[in-house]
Every structure is written in C-alpha cells, then in structure tokens.
Design a protein around this ligand. Structure first.
Ligand SMILES: NC(=O)C1=CN([C@@H]2O[C@H](COP(=O)(O)OP(=O)(O)OC[C@H]3O[C@@H](n4cnc5c(N)ncnc54)[C@H](O)[C@@H]3O)[C@@H](O)[C@H]2O)C=CC1
Ligand SMILES: Nc1nc(O)c(N)c(N[C@@H]2O[C@H](COP(=O)(O)O)[C@@H](O)[C@H]2O)n1
Length: 271
C-alpha cells in the first residue's frame, strides 16, 4: 500500500454525514449535489498570495477533506488553483482504490475550469501521474467552445483517461455555473465537491449562484495571513433601497473541532 494514507475517525464522520450527498437525489436526477469546501485563515485568506500554495489544514482536518473527497463523484477547482498548487486531487484515505482498496473505488473525478486555456497540462502534473499509476482518475478540463485545445496540450489529459469538455461563455468569458453543474450531472457525476480557489468560491457565494450549493464545509485554521492574500470576500449585496446588507448567513450550522482547527458545516440560507 502507498505510504502517507490518511484515516478519519467514524465519530467525526458521523458529525459531517448530514451535509454529504445522498446516494442519488431523485427530485433532480441529472443535477449533482454541490458541496462548497475550503480552508481559511482567521483573516479569510485561502493563501498568502495569488499563486502561492499555503498549508492551512492540520492533519485531522486534512483527513476530513480526504473523507469528503471519498464521498463525492467529482472534485472541482479553477485553473488558478491548478496552476498554483499542481494538486493531486485524489483521495488518500486508507481503503479507497489505489490506497489499499480495489480499482479506483472512492476516487473522485478531478474537474478543472479553464475557459482561457491557461493550465498547461502535461505528464509532469501530479494529477496526471497519479491517474497513470492507478491512484486517481484522469482529470476533466472544461474549456470554452471558441478556444479549442492546442494539439499536444491535452495529449497528456486523454492518455491519463481524462476528457476535454466545452461550454459556451458569456461576454466576460465566464461559464454559467448552472451549465457547469448540469454538464457534470448529465455525464454521471452526481455529487461535486468544489474546493476553490478564490474566484470560484467568491462566485458561488454570490446571491446569483448560492442556490446551486447544497452544503458548505469550511476549515478554519488558527493563523492570520495578512494583506494581499487570496481572500474569501464575495461581492457586496444591497437591498432595493441601496442599503448594504449581509451577503448571507448559513443555517443548520454545526462546529466540529478537529485538532487545532475547527470545521464549520452549514447550508446556504439566503435567497
Ligand atoms: N485554502 C484552500 O482551501 C484553497 C486555496 N487555494 C488557493 O487559491 C489560490 C488560487 O485561487 P484563484 O487565483 O482565485 O483561482 P481559482 O482557482 O479560483 O481559478 C480562477 C480561474 O478559474 C477559471 N474559472 C473560474 N470560474 C470560472 C467561470 N465561472 N467561468 C470560466 N472560468 C472560470 C478562470 O480561468 C479563472 O481565472 C491559490 O493560491 C491556491 O493555493 C485554492 C483552493 C483551496
Ligand atoms: N483543505 C485544504 N486545506 C489546505 O490547507 C489547503 N491548502 C487546501 N487546498 C486545496 O487542496 C488542494 C491540494 O490537494 P492535494 O493535497 O494536492 O490533493 C489544492 O489544490 C486546493 O484545492 N485544502
């Protein structure tokens, strides 16, 4: 078995379970359960600065993130995170496929949003190497319809069992989040864990898109990162009179201490 496997105690898993996807939502069979999850500092930073990977989660909350990965069909990030972190995007919980278990059982499908073709996928990327070693699934990249991938850039992707999908973009070159989740659901990914980074999280926390999110699970680490970090700070919200109001407040809230961190679980309550 590969070294560095993680384990997450069943007593903590029980606390998280109400926020996890049901086996299949029959009310919307082709639309995935969406969990928004990330780790933040006390000053709401995801990282020290754009493009700098920053370890925030301690060992116990990191194991919690991998437990979440084992419970979702897909794990989604933006191109900024793929470029900055060269992430593995697999699940390293002991007993999942590639980590003591059979096949690729429990491994989520990595999905990278890359409307501008910024992420230069190649065989040196961790996610590609792990897929070839049978320790993760090949990534799917969602690109814009009008920017087809260069030949060769996505050779590594298809060789690793990945896929290149296209979606229409708006005048700002953005995908609609309804389209993103819809295409994942119709391709059999019935639960999506969105991990970041800043652009992705701030968009999904906006009133326009928050209705698409089923659960929010945030790891809060006891550290301040200071100015100029990648911050979780969604656009402000104003009422009809132009008066500023809160962006939103979670409901069904549960706090779970894990090592030196605390994990906040909730459901978006704002309309
Ligand atoms: N602490 C944590 O839990 C996490 C921290 N991070 C950190 O966040 C930083 C990266 O964050 P950002 O730079 O904000 O990048 P990001 O990961 O949010 O990616 C932004 C890019 O994704 C694509 N994208 C996102 N939404 C799109 C949409 N609706 N339509 C079309 N394309 C879309 C675009 O290319 C955009 O430039 C890194 O420093 C990374 O280490 C990333 C994930 C989790
Ligand atoms: N949960 C969590 N805690 C942190 O401290 C982090 N920096 C992140 N980052 C996210 O995890 C990805 C890295 O995953 P791998 O260990 O390489 O599989 C990274 O890309 C961010 O999405 N998350």
């Amino acid at each position: 078995m590969p070294r560095n496997t993680l384990s997450f105690p069943s007593t903590s898993a029980t606390q998280i379970e109400p926020y996890l996807p049901e086996p299949r939502d029959l009310a919307r069979p082709l639309y995935p359960h969406v969990t928004l999850t990330y780790a933040t500092s006390l000053d709401a930073n995801l990282s020290l600065s754009p493009g700098v990977q920053t370890a925030l989660s301690g060992p116990q909350s990191k194991a919690m993130t991998h437990f979440l990965r084992s419970k979702h069909a897909a794990i989604l990030i933006g191109a900024g995170t793929a470029i900055a972190d060269d992430p593995s995007l697999n699940c390293r919980i002991e007993g999942v496929g590639g980590y003591g278990g059979p096949g690729l059982n429990g491994q989520p499908r990595p999905v990278v949003l890359d409307a501008k073709g910024r992420w230069k996928v190649n065989e040196d990327n961790k996610v590609i190497k792990l897929a070839k070693e049978g320790r993760g699934l090949g990534p799917w990249v969602i690109g814009a319809q009008d920017t087809p991938p260069e030949d060769g850039r996505y050779k590594a992707l298809t060789e690793a069992g990945g896929l290149y999908i296209t979606l229409p973009t708006d005048s700002r070159g953005r995908f609609d989040w309804g389209d993103i989740f819809n295409i994942l659901g119709t391709n059999g990914l019935f639960s999506v864990m969105v991990e970041g980074g800043g652009v992705v999280i701030n968009e999904l926390l906006s009133p326009r898109y928050i209705g698409l999110v089923d659960s929010v699970i945030v790891t809060i680490a006891p550290v301040w990162l200071g100015k100029d970090g990648v911050q979780v700070c969604p656009e402000e919200r104003r009422n009809e009179g132009g008066v500023k109001m809160s962006v939103g407040r979670l409901k069904d809230v549960r706090w779970l201490p894990l090592g030196e961190d605390v994990v906040l679980c909730g459901r978006p309550g704002w309309q």
